[in-house]
Design a protein around this ligand. Sequence first.
Ligand SMILES: NC(=O)c1ccc[n+]([C@@H]2O[C@H](COP(=O)([O-])OP(=O)(O)OC[C@H]3O[C@@H](n4cnc5c(N)ncnc54)[C@H](O)[C@@H]3O)[C@@H](O)[C@H]2O)c1
Length: 340
Amino acid sequence: MIRVGILGMGMMGWLHAGQILKLPGAELVAIADSTPERLIAKDSVVGNITTGDGALDLSGVARHTDPCTLIADDGIDIVDVCLPTPFHARYTVEALQAGHHVLCEKPMALTLQDADQMIAAAKQHDRLLMVAQCIRFWPEYRFLRDQVRGGALGSLLSLDLWRTGARPTWSWQNWFLDPQRSGGPLYDLHIHDVDYTNYLLGLPDRVQASARRSPATGAYDVVHALFTYDDGPQVHIHGGWSVAEAPFRAGYEAWFERGLIRFDGLANPPLMVYDSQGSACSPEIEQGNAYYNEIAYFVDCVEHGQPPVECPPESARDSLGLVKKEIAASESGQSIPGRN
Ligand SMILES: NC(=O)c1ccc[n+]([C@@H]2O[C@H](COP(=O)([O-])OP(=O)(O)OC[C@H]3O[C@@H](n4cnc5c(N)ncnc54)[C@H](O)[C@@H]3O)[C@@H](O)[C@H]2O)c1
Protein backbone atom coordinates (compact mmCIF):
# COMPACT_ATOMS: atom_id res chain seq x y z
CA MET A 1 0.00 0.00 0.00
CA ILE A 2 1.43 3.40 -1.03
CA ARG A 3 0.96 6.03 1.70
CA VAL A 4 0.16 9.55 0.53
CA GLY A 5 0.21 12.92 2.31
CA ILE A 6 -1.30 16.04 0.72
CA LEU A 7 0.07 19.58 1.15
CA GLY A 8 -2.62 22.22 0.59
CA MET A 9 -6.29 21.41 1.19
CA GLY A 10 -7.86 23.96 -1.12
CA MET A 11 -9.90 23.02 -4.17
CA MET A 12 -7.23 20.71 -5.60
CA GLY A 13 -6.19 19.15 -2.28
CA TRP A 14 -9.74 18.02 -1.55
CA LEU A 15 -10.20 16.89 -5.15
CA HIS A 16 -7.01 14.78 -4.94
CA ALA A 17 -8.11 13.39 -1.56
CA GLY A 18 -11.32 12.10 -3.15
CA GLN A 19 -9.34 10.24 -5.82
CA ILE A 20 -6.79 8.76 -3.37
CA LEU A 21 -9.62 7.40 -1.19
CA LYS A 22 -10.93 5.50 -4.26
CA LEU A 23 -7.55 4.02 -5.20
CA PRO A 24 -7.13 0.37 -4.18
CA GLY A 25 -3.32 0.62 -3.97
CA ALA A 26 -3.08 3.87 -1.98
CA GLU A 27 -3.88 5.17 1.46
CA LEU A 28 -4.31 8.83 2.43
CA VAL A 29 -2.44 9.12 5.72
CA ALA A 30 -1.90 12.87 6.26
CA ILE A 31 -3.03 16.31 5.11
CA ALA A 32 -1.55 19.75 5.75
CA ASP A 33 -2.90 23.27 5.38
CA SER A 34 -2.00 26.53 7.10
CA THR A 35 -5.71 27.43 7.33
CA PRO A 36 -7.00 25.09 10.08
CA GLU A 37 -10.65 25.02 8.93
CA ARG A 38 -9.53 23.68 5.54
CA LEU A 39 -8.35 20.53 7.36
CA ILE A 40 -11.83 19.75 8.65
CA ALA A 41 -14.22 19.40 5.73
CA LYS A 42 -14.42 19.74 1.99
CA ASP A 43 -17.23 22.30 2.14
CA SER A 44 -14.76 24.82 3.62
CA VAL A 45 -13.32 25.29 0.10
CA VAL A 46 -14.82 26.54 -3.15
CA GLY A 47 -13.75 26.20 -6.76
CA ASN A 48 -14.89 25.45 -10.28
CA ILE A 49 -14.09 21.72 -10.58
CA THR A 50 -16.12 18.85 -9.20
CA THR A 51 -15.64 15.12 -9.63
CA GLY A 52 -18.87 14.21 -7.81
CA ASP A 53 -17.16 12.52 -4.87
CA GLY A 54 -19.49 13.97 -2.20
CA ALA A 55 -18.46 14.29 1.45
CA LEU A 56 -15.17 12.55 2.27
CA ASP A 57 -14.43 10.56 5.41
CA LEU A 58 -10.91 11.52 6.52
CA SER A 59 -11.15 10.03 10.01
CA GLY A 60 -7.80 8.52 10.94
CA VAL A 61 -5.92 10.90 8.62
CA ALA A 62 -3.23 12.97 10.42
CA ARG A 63 -3.67 16.74 10.19
CA HIS A 64 -0.88 19.33 10.11
CA THR A 65 -0.96 23.12 9.94
CA ASP A 66 2.69 23.20 8.82
CA PRO A 67 3.81 21.38 5.64
CA CYS A 68 7.20 20.72 7.26
CA THR A 69 5.73 18.45 9.96
CA LEU A 70 3.97 16.36 7.30
CA ILE A 71 7.21 16.16 5.32
CA ALA A 72 9.01 15.00 8.50
CA ASP A 73 6.75 11.90 8.67
CA ASP A 74 8.92 9.14 7.19
CA GLY A 75 5.95 6.78 7.00
CA ILE A 76 4.77 8.68 3.91
CA ASP A 77 5.74 7.44 0.41
CA ILE A 78 4.27 10.22 -1.78
CA VAL A 79 3.93 13.90 -0.93
CA ASP A 80 1.20 15.37 -3.13
CA VAL A 81 1.83 19.12 -3.48
CA CYS A 82 -1.48 20.96 -4.00
CA LEU A 83 -0.27 24.29 -2.63
CA PRO A 84 -0.48 27.59 -4.53
CA THR A 85 2.11 27.71 -7.32
CA PRO A 86 4.70 29.94 -5.55
CA PHE A 87 5.17 27.17 -2.95
CA HIS A 88 5.64 24.29 -5.43
CA ALA A 89 9.43 24.44 -5.76
CA ARG A 90 10.23 24.94 -2.07
CA TYR A 91 8.07 22.11 -0.71
CA THR A 92 8.77 19.75 -3.62
CA VAL A 93 12.50 20.09 -3.00
CA GLU A 94 12.07 19.71 0.78
CA ALA A 95 9.92 16.59 0.34
CA LEU A 96 12.41 15.04 -2.11
CA GLN A 97 15.29 15.81 0.25
CA ALA A 98 13.37 14.09 3.04
CA GLY A 99 13.14 10.93 0.90
CA HIS A 100 9.56 11.15 -0.42
CA HIS A 101 8.40 10.78 -4.00
CA VAL A 102 6.49 13.88 -5.16
CA LEU A 103 3.42 14.51 -7.25
CA CYS A 104 3.18 18.29 -7.78
CA GLU A 105 0.21 20.18 -9.19
CA LYS A 106 0.70 22.17 -12.39
CA PRO A 107 2.15 24.57 -13.29
CA MET A 108 5.42 23.07 -12.12
CA ALA A 109 6.70 26.55 -11.15
CA LEU A 110 6.77 30.07 -12.53
CA THR A 111 10.49 30.10 -13.36
CA LEU A 112 12.67 27.63 -15.22
CA GLN A 113 15.26 27.96 -12.44
CA ASP A 114 12.72 26.63 -9.91
CA ALA A 115 11.75 23.80 -12.28
CA ASP A 116 15.43 22.89 -12.74
CA GLN A 117 15.94 22.80 -8.96
CA MET A 118 12.99 20.42 -8.58
CA ILE A 119 14.38 18.09 -11.27
CA ALA A 120 17.88 18.23 -9.77
CA ALA A 121 16.54 17.37 -6.28
CA ALA A 122 14.67 14.34 -7.65
CA LYS A 123 17.85 13.11 -9.36
CA GLN A 124 20.10 13.83 -6.39
CA HIS A 125 17.84 11.98 -3.94
CA ASP A 126 16.85 9.24 -6.40
CA ARG A 127 13.12 9.87 -5.95
CA LEU A 128 10.31 10.07 -8.52
CA LEU A 129 8.80 13.43 -9.44
CA MET A 130 5.76 13.99 -11.62
CA VAL A 131 3.88 17.20 -12.40
CA ALA A 132 0.11 16.67 -12.45
CA GLN A 133 -0.48 17.72 -16.07
CA CYS A 134 -3.96 16.23 -16.03
CA ILE A 135 -4.86 16.73 -19.70
CA ARG A 136 -2.37 13.97 -20.58
CA PHE A 137 -4.71 11.68 -18.60
CA TRP A 138 -8.07 13.12 -19.76
CA PRO A 139 -10.13 10.46 -21.61
CA GLU A 140 -11.15 12.67 -24.58
CA TYR A 141 -7.56 13.85 -25.04
CA ARG A 142 -6.24 10.29 -24.76
CA PHE A 143 -8.69 9.37 -27.51
CA LEU A 144 -7.14 12.04 -29.73
CA ARG A 145 -3.62 10.88 -28.80
CA ASP A 146 -4.51 7.32 -29.86
CA GLN A 147 -5.92 8.55 -33.19
CA VAL A 148 -2.78 10.61 -33.85
CA ARG A 149 -0.58 7.62 -33.02
CA GLY A 150 -2.27 5.28 -35.47
CA GLY A 151 -5.97 5.80 -35.98
CA ALA A 152 -8.02 5.24 -39.13
CA LEU A 153 -8.15 8.94 -40.05
CA GLY A 154 -4.51 9.16 -41.20
CA SER A 155 -2.04 11.92 -40.42
CA LEU A 156 -2.90 14.93 -38.29
CA LEU A 157 -2.90 18.10 -40.39
CA SER A 158 -4.12 20.77 -38.03
CA LEU A 159 -5.14 21.08 -34.37
CA ASP A 160 -7.10 23.84 -32.67
CA LEU A 161 -7.25 23.81 -28.85
CA TRP A 162 -9.12 26.22 -26.58
CA ARG A 163 -9.58 26.72 -22.83
CA THR A 164 -11.30 29.86 -21.53
CA GLY A 165 -13.33 30.81 -18.49
CA ALA A 166 -14.21 33.45 -15.97
CA ARG A 167 -11.41 34.88 -13.79
CA PRO A 168 -11.16 32.63 -10.70
CA THR A 169 -12.18 34.68 -7.65
CA TRP A 170 -12.44 31.94 -5.02
CA SER A 171 -8.85 31.07 -4.15
CA TRP A 172 -7.01 31.41 -0.83
CA GLN A 173 -6.06 35.11 -0.41
CA ASN A 174 -7.27 35.54 -4.02
CA TRP A 175 -3.81 34.38 -5.13
CA PHE A 176 -4.99 33.40 -8.64
CA LEU A 177 -5.66 37.07 -9.44
CA ASP A 178 -2.20 38.15 -8.31
CA PRO A 179 0.04 37.77 -11.38
CA GLN A 180 3.13 37.64 -9.18
CA ARG A 181 1.79 34.47 -7.52
CA SER A 182 -0.18 32.64 -10.23
CA GLY A 183 1.46 34.04 -13.37
CA GLY A 184 -2.04 34.75 -14.71
CA PRO A 185 -3.98 32.48 -17.06
CA LEU A 186 -1.13 31.74 -19.49
CA TYR A 187 0.79 29.95 -16.73
CA ASP A 188 -2.22 28.67 -14.85
CA LEU A 189 -4.81 27.63 -17.46
CA HIS A 190 -3.49 27.85 -21.00
CA ILE A 191 -0.42 25.79 -19.99
CA HIS A 192 -2.72 22.73 -19.98
CA ASP A 193 -3.06 22.87 -23.79
CA VAL A 194 0.56 23.88 -24.32
CA ASP A 195 1.62 20.86 -22.28
CA TYR A 196 -0.79 18.56 -24.12
CA THR A 197 0.60 19.72 -27.47
CA ASN A 198 4.13 19.09 -26.20
CA TYR A 199 3.04 15.62 -25.04
CA LEU A 200 1.26 14.82 -28.31
CA LEU A 201 3.70 16.24 -30.85
CA GLY A 202 6.87 17.25 -29.01
CA LEU A 203 8.45 20.69 -29.14
CA PRO A 204 7.39 22.72 -32.18
CA ASP A 205 9.84 24.11 -34.72
CA ARG A 206 8.42 27.63 -34.38
CA VAL A 207 6.31 29.51 -31.84
CA GLN A 208 4.29 32.61 -32.73
CA ALA A 209 1.83 34.30 -30.41
CA SER A 210 -0.26 37.34 -29.69
CA ALA A 211 -1.07 37.96 -26.02
CA ARG A 212 -3.02 40.83 -24.46
CA ARG A 213 -2.70 42.26 -20.96
CA SER A 214 -5.70 42.83 -18.70
CA PRO A 215 -6.12 46.48 -17.70
CA ALA A 216 -7.30 45.20 -14.28
CA THR A 217 -4.37 42.94 -13.32
CA GLY A 218 -1.59 43.99 -15.68
CA ALA A 219 -1.02 40.29 -16.46
CA TYR A 220 -1.51 38.66 -19.81
CA ASP A 221 -5.14 37.54 -19.73
CA VAL A 222 -5.59 36.03 -23.20
CA VAL A 223 -3.35 34.50 -25.82
CA HIS A 224 -3.59 33.09 -29.32
CA ALA A 225 -0.53 30.95 -30.05
CA LEU A 226 0.54 29.18 -33.22
CA PHE A 227 2.95 26.23 -33.02
CA THR A 228 4.36 25.06 -36.36
CA TYR A 229 5.93 21.66 -37.00
CA ASP A 230 8.06 21.32 -40.15
CA ASP A 231 6.49 18.54 -42.24
CA GLY A 232 3.82 18.23 -39.55
CA PRO A 233 0.65 19.88 -38.29
CA GLN A 234 0.06 23.46 -37.31
CA VAL A 235 -1.45 23.98 -33.87
CA HIS A 236 -3.48 26.98 -32.75
CA ILE A 237 -4.06 27.39 -28.98
CA HIS A 238 -6.40 29.97 -27.48
CA GLY A 239 -6.65 30.47 -23.73
CA GLY A 240 -7.48 33.03 -21.11
CA TRP A 241 -9.66 34.39 -18.34
CA SER A 242 -12.56 36.70 -19.13
CA VAL A 243 -14.12 39.29 -16.84
CA ALA A 244 -17.52 37.87 -17.86
CA GLU A 245 -19.12 35.14 -15.72
CA ALA A 246 -19.28 32.89 -18.78
CA PRO A 247 -19.15 29.09 -18.31
CA PHE A 248 -15.74 27.44 -18.50
CA ARG A 249 -15.15 26.03 -21.97
CA ALA A 250 -12.43 23.66 -23.21
CA GLY A 251 -12.09 21.56 -26.32
CA TYR A 252 -10.32 20.84 -29.55
CA GLU A 253 -10.83 20.32 -33.26
CA ALA A 254 -8.34 18.04 -35.01
CA TRP A 255 -8.23 17.77 -38.79
CA PHE A 256 -6.82 14.57 -40.27
CA GLU A 257 -6.18 13.36 -43.82
CA ARG A 258 -9.48 11.43 -43.81
CA GLY A 259 -11.66 13.09 -41.20
CA LEU A 260 -12.09 15.34 -38.21
CA ILE A 261 -12.48 14.92 -34.45
CA ARG A 262 -14.25 17.62 -32.46
CA PHE A 263 -14.44 17.80 -28.65
CA ASP A 264 -16.39 20.55 -26.94
CA GLY A 265 -16.97 20.09 -23.21
CA LEU A 266 -20.19 22.16 -23.45
CA ALA A 267 -21.68 20.25 -26.40
CA ASN A 268 -23.94 17.22 -26.27
CA PRO A 269 -22.50 14.80 -27.15
CA PRO A 270 -19.13 16.42 -26.35
CA LEU A 271 -17.01 14.21 -28.64
CA MET A 272 -17.73 13.62 -32.35
CA VAL A 273 -15.81 11.95 -35.18
CA TYR A 274 -16.62 12.86 -38.80
CA ASP A 275 -14.97 11.04 -41.69
CA SER A 276 -14.51 11.84 -45.36
CA GLN A 277 -17.17 9.25 -46.34
CA GLY A 278 -19.88 11.35 -44.68
CA SER A 279 -20.29 9.36 -41.48
CA ALA A 280 -20.54 10.99 -38.05
CA CYS A 281 -20.41 9.24 -34.70
CA SER A 282 -19.88 9.86 -31.02
CA PRO A 283 -17.27 7.22 -30.11
CA GLU A 284 -17.20 5.11 -26.95
CA ILE A 285 -14.21 6.15 -24.87
CA GLU A 286 -12.69 5.00 -21.58
CA GLN A 287 -14.55 6.05 -18.44
CA GLY A 288 -13.07 7.74 -15.39
CA ASN A 289 -11.69 11.14 -14.57
CA ALA A 290 -8.25 12.50 -15.38
CA TYR A 291 -7.38 13.32 -11.77
CA TYR A 292 -7.97 9.73 -10.71
CA ASN A 293 -6.05 8.49 -13.76
CA GLU A 294 -2.98 10.68 -13.13
CA ILE A 295 -2.76 9.85 -9.41
CA ALA A 296 -3.32 6.12 -10.08
CA TYR A 297 -0.56 6.26 -12.70
CA PHE A 298 1.95 7.90 -10.34
CA VAL A 299 1.08 5.53 -7.47
CA ASP A 300 1.72 2.65 -9.87
CA CYS A 301 5.09 4.17 -10.90
CA VAL A 302 6.11 4.46 -7.24
CA GLU A 303 4.92 0.95 -6.43
CA HIS A 304 6.96 -0.53 -9.29
CA GLY A 305 9.92 1.88 -9.10
CA GLN A 306 9.29 3.02 -12.69
CA PRO A 307 9.86 6.60 -13.92
CA PRO A 308 6.68 8.47 -14.95
CA VAL A 309 7.33 8.27 -18.70
CA GLU A 310 3.83 9.57 -19.51
CA CYS A 311 4.75 12.84 -17.79
CA PRO A 312 8.46 13.25 -17.02
CA PRO A 313 9.32 16.41 -15.08
CA GLU A 314 11.68 17.49 -17.89
CA SER A 315 8.71 17.53 -20.27
CA ALA A 316 6.56 19.61 -17.87
CA ARG A 317 9.54 21.96 -17.58
CA ASP A 318 9.65 22.27 -21.39
CA SER A 319 5.94 23.16 -21.40
CA LEU A 320 6.66 25.99 -18.96
CA GLY A 321 9.44 27.08 -21.32
CA LEU A 322 6.97 27.11 -24.24
CA VAL A 323 4.64 29.50 -22.38
CA LYS A 324 7.64 31.78 -21.85
CA LYS A 325 8.44 31.52 -25.58
CA GLU A 326 4.87 32.52 -26.43
CA ILE A 327 5.27 35.65 -24.30
CA ALA A 328 8.64 36.41 -25.92
CA ALA A 329 7.12 35.87 -29.38
CA SER A 330 4.20 38.15 -28.59
CA GLU A 331 6.40 40.90 -27.15
CA SER A 332 8.89 40.80 -30.03
CA GLY A 333 6.41 40.17 -32.83
CA GLN A 334 8.87 37.51 -34.03
CA SER A 335 8.56 33.79 -34.54
CA ILE A 336 10.74 31.99 -31.95
CA PRO A 337 12.40 28.57 -32.36
CA GLY A 338 10.50 26.04 -30.23
CA ARG A 339 13.47 23.71 -29.68
CA ASN A 340 16.68 24.78 -28.01
N1 LIG B 1 -4.98 20.43 -12.53
C1 LIG B 1 -5.96 21.31 -12.50
O1 LIG B 1 -6.93 21.19 -13.23
C2 LIG B 1 -5.89 22.45 -11.51
C3 LIG B 1 -7.03 23.22 -11.28
C4 LIG B 1 -6.94 24.25 -10.35
C5 LIG B 1 -5.76 24.51 -9.68
N2 LIG B 1 -4.65 23.75 -9.96
C6 LIG B 1 -3.37 24.02 -9.29
O2 LIG B 1 -3.40 23.45 -7.98
C7 LIG B 1 -2.69 24.25 -7.06
C8 LIG B 1 -3.61 24.61 -5.90
O3 LIG B 1 -4.71 25.36 -6.40
P1 LIG B 1 -6.11 25.44 -5.62
O4 LIG B 1 -7.15 25.81 -6.63
O5 LIG B 1 -6.35 24.21 -4.82
O6 LIG B 1 -5.84 26.69 -4.64
P2 LIG B 1 -6.71 27.12 -3.36
O7 LIG B 1 -6.50 28.57 -3.20
O8 LIG B 1 -8.11 26.60 -3.48
O9 LIG B 1 -6.03 26.32 -2.15
C9 LIG B 1 -4.73 26.56 -1.69
C10 LIG B 1 -4.64 26.01 -0.26
O10 LIG B 1 -3.27 26.10 0.18
C11 LIG B 1 -3.26 26.55 1.53
N3 LIG B 1 -1.97 27.17 1.77
C12 LIG B 1 -1.50 28.31 1.23
N4 LIG B 1 -0.23 28.52 1.61
C13 LIG B 1 0.12 27.48 2.41
C14 LIG B 1 1.30 27.12 3.10
N5 LIG B 1 2.42 27.86 3.01
N6 LIG B 1 1.31 25.99 3.82
C15 LIG B 1 0.18 25.24 3.91
N7 LIG B 1 -0.96 25.51 3.28
C16 LIG B 1 -0.99 26.63 2.53
C17 LIG B 1 -4.45 27.49 1.64
O11 LIG B 1 -4.90 27.62 2.99
C18 LIG B 1 -5.48 26.80 0.74
O12 LIG B 1 -6.30 25.93 1.49
C19 LIG B 1 -2.18 25.45 -7.87
O13 LIG B 1 -0.86 25.25 -8.29
C20 LIG B 1 -3.11 25.49 -9.07
O14 LIG B 1 -2.52 26.08 -10.21
C21 LIG B 1 -4.70 22.72 -10.84
